[in-house]
Ligand binder design. Sequence first.
Ligand SMILES: *Cc1c(COP(=O)(O)O)cnc(C)c1O
Length: 364
Amino acid sequence: MISPEDIEGLLRPELKTMKAYTPIEPTDVLSQRVEIPQEKVIKLDGNENPYGCSARVKQALANYGYYHLYPDPEQRELRKALEEYTGISSEYIIAGSGSDELIDLVLRLFVEPGDKVINCPPTFGMYPFSTDVSGGKVVSIPRKRDFSIDVTAIKEAIDKRTKVIFVASPNNPSGNVTPEQVILELLNSAAVVVVDEAYFEFSGITVAPLVPKYSNLIVLRTFSKWAGLAGLRVGYGIFPINMVKYLMKIKQPYNVNVAAQVAALESLKDMNYLRGTIKAIVDERERLLTRLSQLDWLKVYPSQANFILCSVLNGKAKTIHKGLQKKGIFVRYFDTPQLKDCLRISIGKPEHTDTLIATLKEMC
Ligand SMILES: *Cc1c(COP(=O)(O)O)cnc(C)c1O
């Protein structure tokens, strides 16, 4: 038998030193820590949908009779439904176990050890994470002060080993959209441009119709945020046809589980209800923005997504984060060089906004 040390020797060396992804903690863990019952917790740290999924989804999941059968590897029914929803032919579409899986799959398709992937921080942490796991090299091109991407610097950084560029639009955590013109400039390069539209339903802005016209554009979407299905893991991508061929070949055959497919299909049949909750969230975003802007120790960034980023100007971001936690209000705290003293607050229900604002006023 070989020793644990020998196993260390077998490991891929780059994985031993790679930085772990910092996910949010589950509500039950958080609620136990602060000794506040889970149903009283106000969870504004995961950009999840405070209204949950459609009631019809729960009914459809209960009524479904074929959990003992494997799902369709070609995802025909779901892709057809997504064709109707997106207006883009199903041959361009592949579903994944969350869009996180599709990020990983794209990198598996293009990145060999040492290949470069351009990341524009501050942004979604899965891009550098999955790049590291795939053995790629993350090239960071920081966003400008207004969180727009630095196209000139990106273009300068592109070389023969650059395979993929990730742009979240709206961006997480800053909430701003990258205009189509800017995406078009990136598409002029030889790299694959992934536009992550996880928050599309809250912004209404998309470059998806461009996919059939460009051989290097990918658009990613998810049911996690607008449809309230984060826990079921279902997302999709719109890809150039030649990429679909290869992605279909390398994906796990049963990557999207049956429950996730039932839930996604039923969500697409209950758009009237879901459009209502999207509108409630967007309206609430504007109300929260106004309320937060009234606090003179906060700098608030406008958002096209279901969260708002604020910069805490009185140096007490960490104290405020902890203080809110003690009251059972969870928001995301950032303390990276580009996001010094920042909080990202997911949009909740109106009563969540009221409690949050009252608590913030008590604290400062
Ligand atoms: C939340 C989020 C995702 C993750 O989506 P899943 O479908 O739940 O994997 C992808 N991209 C961005 C920018 C996100 O914020």
